[in-house]
Design a protein around this ligand. Sequence first.
Ligand SMILES: [Zn+2]
Length: 57
Amino acid sequence: MPNSVQPPTPSDSELADYDPDTCDAPDCENSLDDGEGYDGYCGSHADQRETSGAQSA
Ligand SMILES: [Zn+2]
């Protein structure tokens, strides 16, 4: 069995519905290419998540 072929993980099929290069927020299609976002969110939504209590430093 070649190592180069890996079976899809459950999370992969879960993410298959939207473009991985855009923000995870349902109503947001901002590209992540600006480098401001993280965790699958654009800069604006990443900031919102951070300021809304999820401060895990
Ligand atoms: Zn966004």
